[in-house]
Design a protein around this ligand. Sequence first.
Ligand SMILES: [Fe+2]
Length: 394
Amino acid sequence: MLERVSQGELPAKHHLALRGPAGQLRYEWCLTRQGFEGPFTISYHEHRPQALEAAGDPVYTPLGSPPAAPSESGASQRPGFARRHYRTLELSCEANAGVTPLLYNADLVLGCRKPTRDDPSYQLNAGADELWFVLSGKGTLRSLLGDLEYQAGDYVCIPKGILHRLLPAPGEPHHLLCLELHEGMGIPRAFRNAVGQLRMDAPYCHRDFRRPCFEGPRDEGIRDVWVKSGELRQRFLYAHNPLDVVGWDGSVYPWAFPIRSFQPRVSSVHLPPTWHGTFESPGALICSFVPRPLDFHPDAIPCPYPHSNVDIDEVLFYVEGDFSSRLGVSHGSLTHHPRGVPHGPHPGRYEQSLGVKHTEEVAVMLDCRLRLLATRAALEIEDPGYEASFRGKS
Ligand SMILES: [Fe+2]
């Protein structure tokens, strides 16, 4: 959550009456986190915000079959200790069918989405904060709090409970990496000072974030919203226009952050990925690798050192540039290195990195505290030669 924002009409204090031009009472709606202890946003509506009803039964879409079952390609959804590489550009997402989950555990779901047209209904994730990374495409995230523009290279956060829909710009092929973080996500506490402001030494500042542009009520003629939580989805129908907000204030709202606005750290010797930590969740640390000078000790080995992350499953999503430690991965590649077993650079990359002074790599990394499973959709786009590619000298 970011600093408080205030837009549109508001009464002098919360829980006071706000009236329209004809004297009609506005309806207050409070979105609160952590019970009533955490960040909150209060919006004021022309109609009763709770005037909606379930339309039809819930739809249950399991993320995976029993973990030990083989997929149609013969691979297992239980990853064992093998390193895996998924070519997400090859994923054939059904248009506007939503996110295709690829990896998951009890904390999070990671998937991809390739929307080709506007969402026909509103969406509301009741079970998780969503964090997207826009690999390609641009457009608008429309929510009851206003329109948020996004483009390639942006992270986009949609807090739990915010009604929204996606409007991709025409002619802009989309590829989104989509994370659902069931226990929420936000800015690492260490980046804030005692009053919640981003510290001077944080790797980004308040000005780097884009917030919704609010213009008042907007009736799009849409009355249905799909509410989801984990593997359950259910359609609800509003009695009136849900985008009927006349004003709001608070700290819970969608935002966008360009990955290239992340200020990377550089040291005399190789820094661990935690120094690239950008956002955090109880189940994952999201890191950003962006172009930067490399280690400046005269004997530095800029390539990551072989290591064993005994408590972490490591996921990398490759965006741009030549990643110093890996071969055979490219734009849209997603790799998963399970915990415990030593991993490190591909053969030859360790030595080749000596003397390199700069990297143009752009990538998103996730350190996950729980073991990840793969969905059948992931196995269909798996690079079968990835595990063997680590064999060889060095
Ligand atoms: Fe690693």
